[in-house]
Design a protein around this ligand. Sequence first.
Ligand code: S3P
Length: 430
Amino acid sequence: MASSSHALKGTVKAPGDKSISHRSLIFGAMAEGMTEIDGLLEGDDILATARAMAALGAKVEKIGQGHWKVTGKGRLQSPFDKIDCGNAGTGVRLLMGAVAGYPVEVTFDGDISLRKRPMKRVTGPLASMGARFEWKQNEDRLPVVVKGDQLSAIEFEQPVASAQVKSAILLAGLNAEGTTRIIEPEKSRDHTERMLTAFGAEVDVQEVGEGWVISLEGGQTLYGTKVSVPGDPSSAAFPLAAALIVPGSDVTVEGVMLNPLRAALFDTWVDMGADITISNRRMAGGEEVGDVTARYSQLKGIVVPEMRAAAMIDEYPILAATAAFAEGQTVMRGIGEMRVKESDRIALMTAGLRACGVQVEEEPEGFIVTGGPVKGGATVDTAHDHRIAMSHLVLGLAAEHPVAVRDPEMIATSFPGFVSLMNGLGARIG
Ligand code: S3P
C-alpha cells in the first residue's frame, strides 16, 4: 500500500536493464567461450532465463551481486525438463528463436500471465524458416514444444514494431542457410543488433524512411565477450515519476540508458512541462547512459505523438499515472500493443485509475486521462503485471488516500528492491 508522502529526495542507481540482461545470458549461452556480465538485473524474469540457459547446456555462474559468468559451447542442447520462463515474454520469445536452429526439442511454459500472451507472432515466422511447433493446449498460447531443425533464411516485414519478434528471427537466422532480412517500417529497440555485433556477428542495418532493414548472414558463430548492463530507463521511470508528482521532490537516478529507442518517456514528460535534467552523459556497455534528475513539476496534458509509441511502449502505465496529476487531458493513442503485454495494460490502467477517482476514456488503441486531484482510497487489480502494480503505488504517493495493489510480488520480475529504494527516498510504501 502506498500513502501520501512528504517530498522524495536523494540519488539512487537504476537497476540493470531487463532487455539487455535477458540478451546477455541468451547470447552468452549460444556463444563459444566465456561471457562475463556485470550489472545484471537479478529480477525473477532474468533468473528464469539464467536457469533456462543452464538447462540448454551452458555453464551459468553467479560470481557476485549482478556479476555473472556464462560459458557457452557455441550451440544449445535439448533440456531434460520443460523450460519455465515465468512471467517473461522477452525470455520465451527470444529463446524460441535461439533454439529453433539447433536439432533440439524444447517445451516452453510460463506463468498465468505469460500463458495468455500471443506466441504466433514469433512462431509464425520461425515456422516459415523450418522450425516445428506443437501446441499443448491452445494454438498460439504456451505451453508449446519447439522442434528445432536446419532452417532457411526468410525476409520478413514486421506488421508492428516488435523487438521480441525481430530478435527471435535474427537469433534463428544465425543458424539458417542464407541471408535473413527484417524490414521494420517503424524502428523497435535495437539491443539485439548492437549486442550481436559485440558478440562478433556481422549485422547490416540500412535506414529506410522512418524504419530500417536489418540483414544477417546465416552460419555465424558468436564469441563470448564482456557485457556491462546499463541502467533500465523503464525502471528508472518509477522513482522519477514519484518525484514529478510529490510536491517538493528532487530525485536523481544514476546510470540510466538513454538509447533513443527506449527513452521517449523523458521527452514526453519534458513536453508536459516536467523539470527533468540529464547530466554526466557517457557510454557504458555500448549504450549512452546519463544521470536523470526529476523535480516536482506542475504537469500539463498533451497529445503524445504516436510516433513515439514503440520507444516508450512499456512506459504508458507510469505516464498515465503522472497524467492523472496534470492539468488537462493527456491523449495516448496508437498503443494497441499495450493490450498484449504482461496484462491488457489499457484496460488495467483504465480500471485502476478510475477506481482512484481519475477520469479516463478508454479507446480500442489508446486512452485519454484527465488530470486533477487524485482521490485514491482503492485496492487495484494488477493481473500479475509488475508495471501496473508499480504505477499505482507511485500514484498513491500523491493521492489523497492510500492506494493498495493486488499481487505486488510480481514487482520482483523487473525491479527487485523497488519498495526499499522508494522508501529510501522518502516514499511511504508498506
Ligand atoms: C522487449 C520488447 C518489447 C517490450 C518488452 C521488452 C525486448 O516488446 O515491451 O518489455 O526486450 O525486446 P515487443 O517487442 O513485443 O514490443
